[in-house]
Design a protein around this ligand. Structure first.
Ligand code: ATP
Length: 443
């Protein structure tokens, strides 16, 4: 198992069309990235995997898709206008800006710039929300924010969903969408960006059951990453200490992943109590309490939130998949994606173009397209074609040769083990589906 570095990942992502720097032809925009043909396939697949795990496999969790721009009072009620800030310090010498809470101990205690040793200013609170104006007049009344989290879109729709879906507590609402934060320290590729995507699920529970649901979701969400094909040894929990808790949280655990630059948060699981619904009742004047038809008890539900980064998950999946190994004196780069996440599931190669093998390969590929993403390649030596698809994480390749013409079998070659076997064309779909189901990531 080779050590993956960010340089290697970034260069592979660019070279093979996973992720590009935004507006590159103009010199790029700091910390903004675009997903290319392969990157978007991974992002979409992770999103689909999460959506299925949350909604399809739970009969009491439904989805919504709220607007990015919301009434400005939402962010006053939620506490973001007042509290969603980072403490920033500036270097008086080199003018660089840092987040005080991310400075190392030494720089913090000596109040010295970690870059040039110059004197730092006292920390000032800087709000992370992007502000813009709705309508043509830039006046106070028309200010709107780009949402810094998707959660509030769920809270303000709590009553709508409750009344239209006939769900009973406990139940959940899931949402995937863009969020925006004016982050000062954006580095490490797509790890921390100003525009990113979240996959959030808010679970509404009786206040007396918050602890047990919190434990349930901690366990469930940890297992999810393993199902996604992420190695368990690279995942851990980290509890937020009292000083680190967000303004709304009673208890919080992060699921962390060991990125090439260290252990960092991938998902937050938060007990937000009745904080948000209570605040929205106060600010909107609307009753958002829940009436239990059985017991006639009326109460404000507690909320257990699972908040995962979708774009950050792409980085986890890429970092975890990256591997290099020596094969016949050569270095093979291979992305060991779970087959459900791999941008291309099956490579289809005729051994040679002539003698009708190209036509036969295309004929065999056709019905596979209904079930899988395939990629046809007839150029160059077979070994080179395998390597090109190993490098983008394609779990299966089929080679169509002269024997195919005789007995209707093809060579099925596996990415991870490089093992090859003959399979009947008529059994391919079933065989590949079974392989996907039983897939295990090599540790
Ligand atoms: P941090 O302390 O690192 O700024 P946070 O604790 O504020 O992050 P949350 O508000 O809990 O993060 O957000 C939930 C999830 O959203 C995170 O676990 C992460 O995956 C994702 N996320 C948050 N901020 C960003 C960002 N700037 N870029 C990419 N993903 C992000």
């Amino acid at each position: 198992m080779a050590t993956v570095t960010m340089d290697k990942l970034i260069s592979l992502c660019k070279r093979r069309g996973f992720i590009f720097q935004s507006s590159e032809i103009y010199g790029g925009l700091a910390s903004a990235w675009d997903y290319g043909p392969l990157g978007i396939e991974i992002k979409n697949r992770i999103q689909k995997f999460w959506w299925k795990a949350m909604t399809q496999l739970n009969d009491n969790i439904v989805g919504i898709d709220a607007a990015i721009m919301m009434h400005p009072r939402v962010w006053e009620a939620s506490g973001h206008v007042e509290n969603f800030t980072d403490p920033l310090v500036d270097c008086k010498e080199c003018k660089l800006r840092f987040r005080a809470d991310l400075l190392d101990e030494k720089s913090l205690s000596e109040h010295k710039c970690p870059e040039c040793g110059g004197e730092l200013t006292d920390p000032r609170n800087f709000n992370l929300m992007f502000k813009t104006h709705l309508g043509p007049v830039e006046e106070g009344g028309s200010v709107v924010y780009l949402r810094p989290e998707t959660a509030q879109g769920i809270y303000v729709n709590f009553k709508n969903v409750l009344q239209t879906s006939r769900l009973k507590i406990p139940f959940g609402i899931a949402q995937v969408g863009k969020a925006f934060r004016n982050e000062i320290t954006t580095k490490n590729f797509i790890f921390r960006t100003c525009e990113f995507e979240q996959m959030e699920m808010q679970y509404f529970v009786h206040p007396s059951e918050d602890e047990e649901w919190f434990s349930h979701w901690m366990e469930t969400r940890f297992q999810y990453y393993s199902d996604l094909g992420i190695r368990k040894t690279k995942l851990r929990f980290k509890e937020h200490g009292p000083d680190e808790l967000a303004h709304y949280a009673k208890k919080a655990f992060d699921i962390e992943y060991e990125f090439p630059f260290g252990w960092k948060e991938l998902e937050g699981i938060h007990n937000r109590t009745d904080y948000d619904l209570t605040k929205h009742m106060e600010f909107s004047g609307k009753d958002l309490k829940y009436l239990d038809e059985g017991t006639k008890e009326k109460y404000t539900p507690f909320i257990i939130e699972t908040s995962a980064g979708l774009t950050r998950s792409v980085l986890v999946v890429l970092s975890d998949a990256y591997d290099e190994e020596e094969v016949d004196g050569d270095t093979r780069t291979v992305l060991r994606f779970h087959p459900l996440i791999a941008p291309i599931t099956i490579g289809v190669f005729p051994l040679v173009k002539k003698d009708g093998l190209a036509e036969l390969a295309k004929e065999i590929e056709k019905p596979l397209r209904e079930n899988f993403t395939t990629f046809y390649d007839q150029g160059g030596a077979i070994g080179r074609r395998y390597r090109r698809l190993d490098e983008i994480g394609t779990p299966f390749c089929l080679t169509i040769d002269y024997q195919t013409k005789e007995d209707n079998t093809v060579t099925l070659r596996y990415r991870d083990s490089m093992k090859q076997e003959r399979v009947k064309v008529s059994e391919l779909i079933q065989k590949i589906n079974e392989e996907i189901k039983s897939y295990r990531r090599v540790e």
